[in-house]
Structures are given as structure tokens and as C-alpha cells.
Design a protein around this ligand. Structure first.
Ligand SMILES: *Cc1c(COP(=O)(O)O)cnc(C)c1O
Length: 352
């Protein structure tokens, strides 16, 4: 006997990456930014007032929309704010799918999608990527779902699909194409122009990765005003709190800090990619703040365990097609030094 309806009983919840309480652990498993957020964002939090907390927040976060619209060169009514990009993803799935409606997703991709689909009783059409993880554009177009999800750069692979291919896909779809750009801050290109030009493209962004604010919980979507207005109907009335609106507005206004921060990660990404190749691991070219590397000897699972025993956490997905791989967040130079030293010792001791 269960209190829950069958679709809830049958689903498994999202499994987040481990968050160890030991501060000595080098955490390269959940793609957080290793550098601190903007000082301006911190100053806004320190200056919080009683009035700010006594009242309900602005339901659409106008105070964030204004500076964001300027930075992104869109109008304020093209922005939907959320309690993290995850909240916005949930709103989109809730508003655009539902029982009897489908969402098309390539696999492998961000696993929260499947969880949210099950939660809303929507049918998920899993479309397998080929061995090289390239995007199955034709199959996604053929699925013709009311909502199609593409994560670009993708997680866990860090690979990037050129915007013109996604434009082509969007033009072939009658439904909405949601492009999850959680990692795009670290990429050379993005799809924001598609959200400006096409009425069925929704671009998802977060302040968790490029802006170092994963703990704040702030994300947003950019799309046609009509699409945004429809999504707003499906959100919680006060889905973003007063403090996060204020801090997120300050953070996106501090583009100098942001660009600096992103550039440091990109430099370390290049260095780490080259060093992993030297160790005979096979990293894919990354456009994100993490690297997906194939490790066959010793097996990825053994390397994962050995690193963990040495206080370094990376991510291993225990699933067919992914179990030969490790997903490694790009850390600070010192964290990366430690990772590479331990990897070298693990690999050389397995060869003797
Ligand atoms: C981190 C991440 C998000 C969500 O970010 P939040 O704003 O922290 O909720 C969404 N999609 C992908 C692919 C991510 O990696």
C-alpha cells in the first residue's frame, strides 16, 4: 500500500553529486566554479535590509531582468527567472508537456530531464547519440515532440554542437527547442541569437557555473515574450527570493569579474586536457568547465575509487556506454596539480 500515485512510486529521484563535509576534499565532481563570485554580489548580500525580507519579492525579478537584458541584448520580457536553471527546466516541462505529451531528449545528457518528465507524467523519448556522442539531429526532428531538449555544451560529455545545426533543428520542429546553456559561459559560441530570432527557441542559463553562485540558486531562460508569458503562468508565484534577485543582478552587472573568472577556467581546461592526453587518457575536446575523459587501463571505476581514497572526488557514471569515462571539473591550478600528480601515480602503479 502506498500513499503515492503509480508514476511517483515508479520513479527514482535525481541523484546529485556527492557534497562531502570535509573541507580538505578536492571537489572536482559537480562542476562548480573554483573561483569566488563577484565582490559586488557579496556586498549586496551583506547589505540586506529588513524591508527586503519583510515583503514578498518581485514575482518576475524585474531588478535582475534589467541588467540582464542589457548584457544579453534582449528585452526584459524575454527573460524568465528561476530558483536555479533547474527550476526553469521544471517550469518548462510542466507548462509544455504533461500526461500524453512527449519530450524528446538525446542520451546521454543531463539526467534531471528524465526525472522531471516522470514527475509530470510526460513520455520521454530517449534518442541515443552515436558512439562519438554527436547529436542525433534527424532523429530529434523526426520525433516531433512538443518539447525537445538539447544541452549545449552537453553534460556529461562537454561537447558542443554549432549553433547553425541547432537553428536547422529548431526550424524543423513545430514544438519548442529548449537549449540548456548551463555551461555556455565557457564556450566560444552560444545560441542566444536563436532565442532572439525564432519564436520556438528557449535558451536556459544559470549563475551557478560561470558566475560561481551555485549556492545562491539563480537561473533564467531567454525566449520570445509570448513563450515567456506562457511559462510565467506555470511557475510558483514567488519562485525567486529577494536576496537572490539582488545578488544575481549585481553578479550579471559585473561582467569584468565574470570574464576574468571564465578565462582562468578556460586556461586551466586547456592545460588539463593536454596533461590528461600525456597520461594516455582520452579527453574529448571540452567547451565547458569540465572534461570527459575515457580511461580504459586501469578502468575508470578503479581510478575513481583510487582518487577518492586520496581525497579527490571526480564523477563516474556506472552505466553502459559511460562506465569507461570520468567527468572531471576543471579546478584551480593547485587542485589540478594535485589531481594530475595522483593520476600519474595511480596509473603508473597499475602498470607495474
Ligand atoms: C548545473 C546545471 C543546470 C542547473 O543549474 P542550476 O542553476 O544550479 O539549477 C542545468 N543544466 C545543466 C546541464 C547543468 O549542468
Amino acid at each position: 500500500m502506498s500513499y503515492f500515485p503509480p508514476h511517483i512510486d515508479e520513479m527514482t529521484g535525481y541523484i546529485p553529486g556527492e557534497q562531502p563535509s570535509d573541507p580538505d576534499v578536492i571537489k572536482l565532481n559537480t562542476n562548480e566554479n573554483p573561483y569566488p563570485p563577484s565582490r559586488r554580489a557579496m556586498a549586496v548580500l551583506h547589505a540586506a535590509t529588513t524591508e527586503q525580507l519583510r515583503r514578498y519579492p518581485d514575482p518576475v525579478g524585474q531588478h535582475f531582468r534589467q541588467p540582464a537584458a542589457e548584457v544579453l541584448d534582449v528585452s526584459g520580457d524575454m527573460i524568465l527567472c528561476g530558483n536555479g536553471a533547474d527550476d526553469v527546466l521544471n517550469i518548462a516541462i510542466r507548462a509544455l508537456t504533461g500526461p500524453g505529451r512527449q519530450m524528446a531528449c538525446p542520451t546521454p545528457t543531463y539526467t534531471l530531464c528524465e526525472v522531471l518528465c516522470r514527475l509530470h507524467g510526460c513520455c520521454i523519448q530517449d534518442i541515443r547519440c552515436s558512439e562519438d556522442f554527436s547529436l542525433p539531429v534527424d532523429a530529434l526532428a523526426a520525433a516531433g515532440a512538443p518539447l525537445t531538449y538539447v544541452c549545449n555544451p552537453n553534460s556529461p560529455t562537454a561537447t558542443f554542437v554549432p549553433p547553425d545545426r541547432l537553428e536547422h533543428l529548431a526550424r524543423r520542429l513545430r514544438g519548442v527547442l529548449l537549449i540548456d546553456e548551463a555551461y555556455v559561459d565557457f564556450a566560444d559560441q552560444n545560441c542566444l541569437h536563436l532565442a532572439r530570432q525564432l519564436p520556438n527557441v528557449l535558451v536556459l542559463r544559470t549563475l551557478s557555473k560561470g558566475y560561481s553562485l551555485a549556492g545562491l540558486r539563480f537561473g533564467f531562460a531567454v525566449g520570445h515574450p509570448t513563450l515567456i508569458a506562457g511559462l510565467i503562468k506555470a511557475k510558483d508565484s514567488y519562485n525567486i527570493d529577494a536576496l537572490s534577485i539582488a545578488a544575481a543582478a549585481a553578479a550579471i552587472g559585473d561582467q569584468k569579474h565574470f570574464r576574468n573568472n571564465v578565462e582562468r577556467v578556460r586556461q586551466q581546461r586547456a592545460r588539463l586536457t593536454a596533461a590528461l592526453k600525456q597520461l594516455d587518457l582520452q579527453p574529448l575536446d571540452s567547451q565547458a568547465n569540465f572534461i570527459f575523459a575515457r580511461c580504459q587501463s586501469p578502468p575508470a571505476r578503479d581510478i575513481f575509487q583510487a582518487l577518492k581514497a586520496r581525497n579527490i572526488l571526480v564523477r563516474h557514471f556506472d552505466e553502459p556506454g559511460l562506465d569507461d569515462w570520468l567527468r572531471i571539473t576543471v579546478g584551480t591550478p593547485r587542485q589540478n596539480d594535485a589531481l594530475l600528480a595522483e593520476l600519474e601515480s595511480i596509473i603508473s602503479s597499475s602498470n607495474t
